[in-house]
Write a protein that binds this ligand. Structure first.
Ligand code: DGY
Length: 321
């Protein structure tokens, strides 16, 4: 414990309380957070453990700034595109993430966006707040029902599966695509049919993205993919912004090439492509996928449990291979 130091880069949710004792000296940098690159490099100096968020780029430079005592980086997220995993592992640093505990919250938010965009809830809310006159009419602000429609899931991992289960309850048919076909038993429980990416784009009434951001998925949804979707189809993205080419999406939405989109994540977070903001057929939320009190506490707790295990010399619970 002597000389150990745990650095937590972001503000914590109200509970669980920050770790103490076996975590050595615990440093939670004063606001403002997210830390600038300069402050991050400064704050991690001498760290044995870093508890990071997706705002922090954790790479060789950060590991070297921390020094040779760094043993673990616990990312409070399931995604880890902010981490240069091989640079850390080359230095013997264990990297952990928080899978599982945010699956339900993220799947719930996906359904929220899906319903919001197909039932035009954002447009309706904007109309009322603008105090523009309106009356109930049989043809007023009609959306699209989900019953019998096809949901195309890109990436049938834990979150993709949880979305499939929810969408089945709404009467949707499920198709999916992923790098590796899911085991038969998963296909059966999700009632999901495997298609190629191109087939899925052509078939789905809603395309929902649940793949990780890796070089092969950057701009997976580009002008060509959008052109391959049905003009009546919707796109939902709750994974990582750069999976979608936002300029191409803005173009497709304003041209009516697809019916609408729901986005929780953005290509250059926290910036949002200005042309998207002018699209009425778009529902936006500010990266809220895992943002429930229960889930953020569970994510933080899991990150702390991982740090504790590594510092004790035990196996971490959710380390990256
Ligand atoms: C994640 O965990 O990767 C989410 O985007 C943030 O909770």
């Amino acid at each position: 414990m002597k000389d150990m130091r745990t650095v937590i880069t972001g503000q914590l949710p109200a509970s669980p309380p920050p770790p103490s004792g076996e975590f050595g000296e615990v440093r939670i940098p004063a606001p403002p957070t997210p830390l600038s690159r300069e402050r991050l490099l400064e704050e991690v100096r001498g760290a044995t453990a870093i508890v990071s968020t997706l705002n922090d780029r954790i790479d060789a430079e950060v590991a070297d700034a921390a020094g040779s005592g760094l043993r673990v980086v616990a990312n409070v997220a399931v995604g880890y595109d902010n981490i240069d995993v091989s640079a850390l592992q080359d230095r013997g640093v264990i990297v952990t993430t928080t899978p599982g505990v945010l699956t339900d919250a993220t799947a719930d938010l996906t359904m929220g966006l899906l319903l919001s965009v197909t039932r035009r809830l954002g447009e309706g809310e904007r109309l009322l707040r603008s105090r523009a006159p309106w009356t109930f009419e049989l043809g007023f602000m009609l959306g699209t029902g989900l019953q019998g429609k096809t949901l195309g899931i890109v990436g049938l991992g834990q979150i993709g599966r949880a979305v499939a289960h929810r969408a089945r309850a709404f009467g949707m048919n499920i198709v999916y695509t992923s790098r590796r076909r899911a085991p038969e038993q998963v296909e059966e429980t999700c009632d999901a049919v495997h298609l190629s990416f191109e087939e899925l784009l052509r078939t789905a009434d809603v395309v929902s993205l649940h793949c990780p951001l890796i070089p092969q998925t950057r701009h997976l949804i580009d002008a060509q993919s959008l052109a391959n979707m049905k003009p009546t189809a919707y796109l939902v993205n709750t994974t990582r912004g750069p999976v979608v080419d936002e300029a191409a999406l803005a173009e497709a939405l304003s041209a009516g090439q697809i019916a609408g989109a729901g986005l929780d994540v953005f290509e250059h977070e926290p910036e949002v492509e200005p042309r998207l903001l002018g699209c009425d057929n778009l529902v936006l939320s500010p990266h809220l996928g895992s943002a429930t009190k229960e889930t953020r506490n569970a994510m933080t707790q899991l990150a702390f449990d991982n740090v504790r295990a590594v510092l004790r010399g035990d196996d971490p619970l959710t380390a990256l291979p």
